[in-house]
Design a protein around this ligand. Structure first.
Ligand code: NAD
Ligand code: USQ
Length: 482
């Protein structure tokens, strides 16, 4: 049975309904809780009156421990064994396991016989409600997803619902689950979301930087030997006019040589939060002897993995809107509904891309080959680089083969970014560990386009054009729904 730990939940949504709420229990302490959904332009905060002074409180703190007690497991030993074997299965905590990359990864690791727990605040589902967005694919609740996984495979995934910015909650999950590795996907991951207004910029940096800091403290406090596998982004590097190395660059300056962190030039408040995370992680590897791998991931595309294919209730999300949708996924959905492909500006923006099947492969490789104590390891996680124009032309050709009439439209660029630039980023370390890339092929584009066509009736075309401007961001709270 679920044990409620703490609930202090008041969240913004476009409606003003009130939900019944639980009284919650933590140790001997009773927390009163009133959970109210209200209309507000702040993402996850509200002003409450304390004495005569207004005070901001963090809203999402509903936490459960663990959803299913059917699978009582042995506490992990803290050592790093292979995933096989029965009594010594490696225990992996997937933070953000209800999201796009996290869900596919949690299922894959569970399938590969890792003992998996998902930790998620479900805040991403809330953003969708707030902004009036939805995944192209219908997605089941996290509870139904996990139940379905159990009935399809017999495998249990434990579930902890809560906010990692709440250290008490996180500490409890660490003490309960005792992870050997933590895969941390649990952040606000959209650059446009972080550029909507001040409150979203502040939310993004607070959520991401404090959440990661809490994970670092939890590892130090409860699982010193645990390997942190953290999702970073290629966007930390920006688009310098020299080759991008994997994390570090050796520089000779005034006759002296050193190997230093590669310079960072992030281009949104979201991407900047990742830079701060990387610095905090690097520091704790040095200061506390943490073991960490920063996966600087490129833009992910695709939706199907072997595990999500097993049942419709296991289906992953696919975002196509102007806030959370990413380039190639968006273009495929646009082609399916006869919307011109939205190339921003000149379209020379070049990034690293990878198939979601490679995301899960890379994470598995990182877990199976952990960093050493004190090591801050950085891998560039992508398989190919493309400009936006190249992607548009690939989707146009693939669409025409399926009888679609695909057009491209240059949209005034809502972002501040170089539209024509040099880009050559190294990405050999994961290949050396054994990554076998799924390169972007005609068949993958066919399948992604067919997938988009299958769900095209669910597309809200009003959500396609970008609505967030890097230059127009202001302090005033904004509503960006169409
Ligand atoms: P997503 O929004 O689909 O999933 C993120 C999940 O984290 C959500 O389920 C959300 O509820 C959860 N979460 C957020 N803040 C949390 C908190 N404080 N406590 C607990 N849970 C929290 O995002 P995604 O596309 O799966 O991305 C996952 C990670 O990979 C992110 O860190 C992102 O920066 C990184 N990444 C994603 C891409 C991409 O193309 N999707 C590319 C590069 C890097
Ligand atoms: N772009 C278009 N048209 C569109 C959408 C995007 O031209 O309709 C352009 C953007 O201007 C940008 C490029 O395509 O130059 C990539 O944009 P994106 O929205 O696909 O990806 P981005 O905002 O960079 O963010 C995504 C994920 C983020 C991750 C990042 C990896 O949302 O979590 O960190 O990819 S990277 O791009 O390497 O930083």
């Amino acid at each position: 049975m679920a044990r409620l730990l703490s609930t202090s939940c008041s969240v913004d949504m476009s409606s003003s309904c009130k939900l019944p709420c639980h009284q919650s229990y933590q140790g001997s302490k009773l927390f009163s809780s009133s959970c109210k959904l209200q209309t507000s332009k702040f993402p996850l905060e509200k002003l409450v009156l304390k004495g005569n002074r207004p005070e901001r409180v963090c809203m999402v703190r509903a936490t459960t421990l663990p959803m299913s007690q059917e699978a009582k497991t042995q506490p992990g030993s803290g050592s790093h064994q292979a995933s096989g074997g029965s009594s010594k299965r490696k225990r992996v905590m997937v933070i953000g396991g209800d999201g796009y990359c996290g869900w596919a990864t949690a299922l894959h690791l569970s399938n590969k016989n890792y003992e998996v727990a998902i930790v998620d605040s479900l805040v991403r589902r809330l953003f969708d409600h707030q902004l009036g967005l939805d995944s192209l694919t219908p997605i089941s609740s996290i509870h139904n997803r996990i139940r379905r996984w159990k009935s399809e495979t017999g495998k249990t995934i434990q579930l902890y619902i809560g906010d990692i910015c709440d250290f008490e909650f996180l500490a409890d999950t660490f003490e309960s689950f005792k992870p050997d590795a933590v895969v941390h996907f649990g952040e606000q991951r959209s650059a446009p979301y972080s550029m909507i207004d001040r409150s979203r910029a502040v939310f993004t940096q607070n959520n991401n930087v404090i959440g990661t800091l809490n994970v670092l403290f939890a590892i130090k406090e409860f699982r010193e030997d645990c390997h942190l596998v953290k999702l970073g982004t290629m966007g930390e590097y920006g688009t310098p006019n020299i080759d991008i190395e994997e994390g570090y660059i050796t520089i000779t300056h005034n006759g002296r040589t050193d190997t230093l962190p590669y310079p960072k030039q992030a281009s949104s408040f979201y991407h900047l939060s990742k830079v701060h995370d990387s610095n905090n992680i690097a520091f704790t590897c040095k200061a506390w002897g943490m073991r960490a791998t920063d996966l600087n991931q490129g833009v992910v595309y695709g939706v199907r993995t072997d595990e999500t294919e097993m049942h419709e209730e296991l289906c992953n999300r696919l975002d196509y809107d102007g806030v959370f949708g990413t380039a190639l996924n968006r273009f495929c959905v646009q082609a399916a509904v006869d919307h011109p492909l939205t190339v921003y500006g000149k379209g020379g923006q070049t990034r690293g891309y990878l198939d979601i099947r490679d995301t899960i492969q890379c994470v598995e490789l990182a877990i199976a080959n952990p960093a050493q104590r004190g090591e801050f390891r950085v891998f560039n996680q992508f398989t190919e680089q493309f400009s936006v124009n190249e992607l548009a032309s690939l989707v146009t050709k693939a669409g025409e083969k399926l009888g679609l009439n695909v057009e491209t439209k240059s949209v005034p660029n809502p972002r501040v970014e170089a539209e024509e630039h040099y880009y050559n980023a190294k990405h050999t370390k994961l290949i050396e560990l054994g990554l076998k890339p799924h390169l972007l092929s005609d068949s993958l584009l066919d399948s992604l386009l067919n997938f988009a066509i299958q769900f095209k009736d669910r597309v809200d075309v009003k959500q396609i054009m970008p609505s967030v401007s890097w230059k127009k961001i202001g302090a005033k709270p904004k509503t960006v729904a169409a």
